[in-house]
Design a protein around this ligand. Structure first.
Ligand code: SAM
Ligand code: SF4
Length: 316
């Protein structure tokens, strides 16, 4: 389905839980947030209904996110259910990978096509500090298990933070040297706890380019990422620049959160409640959400998101 700007909406980001085993400093407050009660979270049946309706409107790709999607009980069955929806061609997941190793093969067998793994540092102590609860060794074991399970071209996503991990750009990028992974640097966004952070933490992703080995050259786009390739490397380095080069023009996404509310845009306050809806009423609500997609976000001008939700609710 096309939105008012003529953008074709084909990509659903589905947050299947607001819970997480981590408390990343830019994503969740240290003390945690009140979590949704079990009965406030979309059931498998409701999730399937929403994915089917989205597919009917033209969605072809579904990304499971959270919170931490692997924290949702029955996640393997959920992947299978989504993969079986007619029209869905691609099921992906964004995860911190800490709980991935034991179930990577099951997820692959259930129909999960691709994985994005969030990894902001390669230093164990720094990892513990950024995630507050995570262990780097678990995340790396998850990435290795994904490779063994046959996931191809896993993407590593690192949020670039001045004074926190900017000294690791070269080391993180080098993960793409021997392995066919794309390492993508994401500009920190002023949302959730990061909304109040000092400006010095918000680095433009151009910063990365000066830290790549000589000879790095542009290699087109992959979705929202601009890719760069270093001759001889197995994978690519990507820049995701929502702040310095917003990509709203090509946005093909809608988001549904675990509480059943659809967000037409990550950074707008607009939400459409899908709870309890079926059939034509559900389709009409989704059409309304797509119609409510704003042309652009305004974070680059105002340095603020208009959404009051934390990222663990929205799913990124
Ligand atoms: N728990 C999973 C994970 O961390 O990959 C999925 C959910 S997480 C909310 C999705 C993505 O949002 C992660 O890559 C995370 O780094 C990113 N994220 C969270 N808060 C952010 C912020 N303020 N700015 C930029 N990216 C952010
Ligand atoms: Fe959890 Fe992901 Fe948020 Fe970190 S970024 S706290 S892993 S939801």
């Amino acid at each position: 389905m096309l939105d008012r700007e003529g953008r074709s909406i084909e990509y659903l980001r589905l947050s299947i839980t607001d819970r997480c085993n981590c408390r990343c400093v830019y994503c969740m407050p240290e003390g945690g947030v009140p979590m949704l009660a079990h009965d406030q979270i979309l059931s498998f049946e409701e999730l399937a209904r929403i994915v089917r309706a989205c597919a009917e409107l033209g969605v072809r790709k579904v990304r499971l996110t959270g919170g931490e999607p692997l924290a949702r009980r029955g996640v393997v069955d959920l992947v299978r259910m989504v993969a079986e929806v007619p029209g869905v061609e691609d099921v992906a997941m964004t995860t911190n990978a800490c709980q991935l190793a034991p179930i990577a093969a099951d997820l692959r067998a259930a129909g999960l096509g691709r994985l994005n793994v969030s990894l902001d540092t390669l230093r164990p102590e720094r990892y513990a500090k950024i995630t507050r609860c995570g262990r780097l060794a678990d995340a790396l074991a998850g990435i290795a298990a994904a490779r063994e399970a046959g996931f191809a071209r896993t993407k590593i996503n690192a949020v670039l933070m001045g004074g926190v991990n900017d000294d690791e750009v070269a080391d993180l990028a080098a993960l793409a040297k021997d392995e066919p992974v794309d390492v993508r640097f994401i500009e920190l966004m002023p949302i959730g706890p990061a909304a109040g952070w000092p400006r010095g933490r918000f680095l433009p992703a151009d910063y990365v380019l000066g830290r790549l080995p000589a000879g790095a050259e542009p290699r087109g786009r992959d979705g929202v990422a601009e890719l760069w390739h270093v001759p001889g490397w197995a994978g690519n380095v990507g820049l995701i620049r929502p702040m310095s080069h917003k990509f709203c023009d090509g946005c093909s996404r809608i988001r549904v959160m675990a509480d059943g509310r659809c967000k037409p845009c990550l950074h707008s306050s607009a939400e459409v409640d899908l709870c309890g809806l079926e059939g034509e009423a559900l389709l009409a609500a989704l059409r309304g959400a797509i119609a409510a997609k704003p042309k652009y976000h305004h974070m680059d001008e105002s340095h603020a998101s208009e959404s009051a939700r934390d990222m663990n609710e929205i799913g990124g």
